[in-house]
Design a protein around this ligand. Sequence first.
Ligand code: PLP
Length: 414
Amino acid sequence: MFSRKAKRLHLENVSLEKLAEIYGTPSFIYSESKIIENFLEIKNAFSSNPVEICFSVKSNSNLAILQVLANQGAGFDIVSGGELARVLKAGGDPKKIVFSGVGKQKWEILEALKANILCFNVESSSELKKISSLCQEYGYIAPISFRVNPDIDPKTHPYISTGLKENKFGIPINIAMELCNDAHQDSNLRIVGLDCHIGSQITEIEPFLSALQILIDLVGVLSKKGITLSHIDIGGGIGIRYKNESVIKWNTFAKKISTLMRNTSQQLILEPGRSIVGDAGLLLTRVDLLKKNGGKNFAVVDAAMNDLLRPALYQSWHEVIAIREDENENKAEWEIVGPICETGDFLAKGRLLALNEGDLVAILDCGAYGFCMSSNYNSRPRAAEILVTKNKHLCIRKREQVSDLFHLETLKPS
Ligand SMILES: *Cc1c(COP(=O)(O)O)cnc(C)c1O
């Protein structure tokens, strides 16, 4: 994906320096080829056990990115009415949309019923009742799946582990059984599947296999009661390599999952986000100034925690590279920080780099949970987003202007 030509870093065939000149910084830059390659890697890994890949829209919800994936035949995993609107706008197939989330609002459920989505991933008995009564009132039959909480520790960051019994997500197995019975009797509902999502950035296969086994067992019990399901959805994808994590390969993953499913007739659904877009995007930022404090070197860049929240929120590690490489320059250890008034506003710590004021740096692996988690904190306009395809580049979201910051606000009449 990257190459150096005349010491300048390129993404596909486009120089990052040139992109900074044209679009300014900070900007999120994505490689279309890499997104497609990642999608096809998952799809091809499962070629003997066809899988529906429902891209997790919350990991990157830019319309053009969704469009690229829709054109590849991807389905989508949404968590809000806003995400539903984005997928439909981008040309996504509603019959391949699964709707996750622990707190779906009435208008969101109605929009999804109207769009005729694949299913609602139901997370509580209250939600089940809510969907059923909306169907009764408006004349729909809702396809539903139950999100089971399998009580499995995925050994990832606590903020992104979601399958432990004390998390807010999903339904305990014994209660899921009861709810399946209820739903089966309810003419407003049609049970089509079971799902789970135990967490994000999981790099080993055991937690996935344990969760899948629980779903398979439950499918078996339900089938004895005459409840037949058409799919099993095991949630988000495997993690990516940010630093030096060893990450299971999709081929191995697919083989083991398919083996476990060999006696089941249900279709497999996956909801990967990070593994499709994570390493396909970077954050391009410019060093504004250098300063020394308390024996530490700080490089203050024009991107900040409002652009990339992950380091501040999860203490996550992103590789940083200087765009203009010169091996003869002296390297030093740098804290890469933004201009925001928070000590938590850092992008990377202790990086050995040769940096000068005005240099460009790329923060890698920002394609997932990057722009979509950005905010206007400190009244900073949001970054631009650029899609690179071979030697072409396209602005897929304009940089916000200062006037965009308060166009929804009103002054009190004087
Ligand atoms: C966040 C999320 C995903 C995507 O997880 P990744 O680790 O990015 O693949 C999938 N399903 C649900 C329900 C989610 O909340």
